[in-house]
Every structure is written in structure tokens, then in C-alpha cells.
Design a protein around this ligand. Sequence first.
Ligand code: NAG
Ligand code: NAG
Ligand code: NAG
Ligand code: NAG
Length: 296
Amino acid sequence: MTIPIFTAFFFLSPLFQLGSSSTNINTCRSFCGNITIDYPFALQYGCGHPGFRDLLYCMNDVLMFHISSGSYRVLDIDYAYQALTLHDLHMSTCDTIVLGSKGNGFAVETWRAPYMNPTADNIFMLIGCSAESPLFQGFPGKHLPCRNVSGMGCEEYYGCPAWDLLGHKPLGSKMFGSGPPECCALSFEAIKSINLTKLQCEGYSSAYSLAPLRVDGPNGWSYGIRVKYSVQGNDEFCRACEATGGTCGYGTDGIRQLCMCGNSNSTSNCDTVKSSSSRRIYSVADTLAGYVIYTL
Ligand SMILES: *[C@@H]1O[C@H](CO)[C@@H](O)[C@H](O)[C@H]1NC(C)=O
Ligand SMILES: *[C@@H]1O[C@H](CO)[C@@H](O)[C@H](O)[C@H]1NC(C)=O
Ligand SMILES: *[C@@H]1O[C@H](CO)[C@@H](O)[C@H](O)[C@H]1NC(C)=O
Ligand SMILES: *[C@@H]1O[C@H](CO)[C@@H](O)[C@H](O)[C@H]1NC(C)=O
């Protein structure tokens, strides 16, 4: 008895999809290389959440993230934890230190700021900042804002091979007590914008720890920028839209959210726009479903 019922469902499921496909194929979901692009992100204008428009670009299967401070490669999008992992080509790591202010740092447009922020356990290590840097507020010897973040810090970072190549001597900064530190670490929260030009720094590194795993030593840190994203609590619109078979997007103003329901767009969800023709398809599918179950 269980087998025929299972078979019935097996045959019915494509039927239901057929019934609904005329009104709602998700034309917004896509891939770039092996990364899935889904709400609130999108590659096409009009798809996704407006806070994330003009943000991602796919070039030769490489996903790029573009904000006012520059372009970053996206290594991963974690939809469950709502986090992105980015890599900046000119970011220092444990193996190389890139000077000459080539790195992007991290700064987003004001209108976009509410939607994304580096995570609290992401450390930014600013390298070679001038004594006049606003970072030190006139007290370069005090290292005012510099601190450890999530068990990571500059003292440990100095242990990386990259510093040996620079001829770094660990006690150097202590001998010149009035000078700025060679490396000053902080969280994004402390200054809200990592702008190497404004901060007068030569370079930077960024690392994050995926708590609660504590990796010992700077060689084991994950280098990259971990960014937390959020649609700021207005998730209900998209949930209701998807629940009625729609795809979430936004209007040409780039602000207003839209629910795309096949041949028409709705400012609420697809139940409000279902045409009589789509209802007819549903009822045909329902009738067929009833017929198949009845004959079994
Ligand atoms: C994508 O592929 C690369 C190797 O080509 C791999 O390192 C990475 O983990 C993959 N990412 C995902 C999200 O599967
Ligand atoms: C619905 O909105 C999308 C995104 O703004 C747009 O591309 C599409 O043309 C609209 N469709 C209709 C039928 O208005
Ligand atoms: C960084 O700071 C410089 C100098 O203050 C400014 O001209 C530039 O627009 C800033 N860049 C970003 C991305 O905010
Ligand atoms: C950071 O932690 C190290 C030990 O891991 C410690 O020696 C150092 O003083 C700490 N730095 C700050 C600024 O708290």
C-alpha cells in the first residue's frame, strides 16, 4: 500500500511544478563559478534586495564584490550564518606584507552601511601608519585604539615569516616609545571605516576566527574579511513573496521591494496578482492529482 502512494507523489510532484512554473520560475537565482547567488544577493539589476544592488559581479567564474573602497574577490557566501568571506589581492597575510597603500581596506557607501559590516571577531591590522595618523589622535606613542581582537593581535602577527623578510625586530617599537607601532590592530566597530589613505597607513591585513575554534598562531588564522549581512529586519516581504511562489526583487527606483510573479509584479505578494489563467492551471493540476489518487 505504501509503494503506490509513494509512486503517486513521485508522479505528481512534476505536475505541481508544471502548474506553477508558468507564473514563477526563479529567474534571479544564479551561480558564479561554484558559488550560489541567492536572495538578498543577485547578479541582475531588479533582483534580490535593494540594499545589495550593484554589489556583485561575475567575471570568468570569479565572483567580485564592489564597494566604495574597491573590489574584492568573494570566496564564500554563507547563507545560514549570513556572512560573506572576501579577499583583497593587496592585503597582507602571514606570507607577504604588501606596502604602498595598494590595499582596499574596507569602507562602504553610507546608504549601504546598515546592510553589511565586518564581523566583531574580524581583526584589521594596520601596518606602517604615520605618526600623524588620525588613529593615534596626536598620541602615537600611546597606541590608543590598538588592541587584540578575538585572541588575535599584532604581537602574534609579528611572528609571521612575512615580517622576517621586512627585517622586523620585535622590540623595535618599544625602543622608540614615542613613535607609532608598526602594526596597530582593531575591530571594524572601533573606527567604522578602514580607509588607508585617511588613516595614512602603508598596508593592512585582515583575519577572522570562526568561533569557538581557537587556532593557535598567526599561521593558522584565516586571512580575509568576514562580512556579516542583514536585510535589516524587513525579511517578511520576501518570505511572503516566496511563499506565494514569487521571486524577490525591487523596482526601477532601486528602493521599493517588488514581488515578481511571472507576467506581473506585485508590491505585496503573488496571491494578490494571480490571474484567472494561472488559477486555471492550478485547478487542472488539482483535478489531475485527485484523479490519480482516486484511481490508485
Ligand atoms: C569552490 O571551489 C574552490 C576550488 O576551485 C574551493 O576551494 C572552494 O571551497 C569551493 N567553494 C564552495 C563554496 O564550494
Ligand atoms: C518586474 O520588475 C522587474 C524588476 O524591476 C522588471 O525587470 C520587470 O520588467 C518587471 N515586470 C513587469 C511585468 O513589469
Ligand atoms: C578615503 O579617504 C580619502 C581622504 O580622506 C577620501 O578622499 C576618500 O574618498 C576615502 N575613500 C573612501 C572609500 O571612503
Ligand atoms: C595582546 O595579546 C598578547 C598575548 O597574546 C599580549 O602580549 C599583548 O599585550 C596584548 N595586546 C594588547 C594591546 O592588549
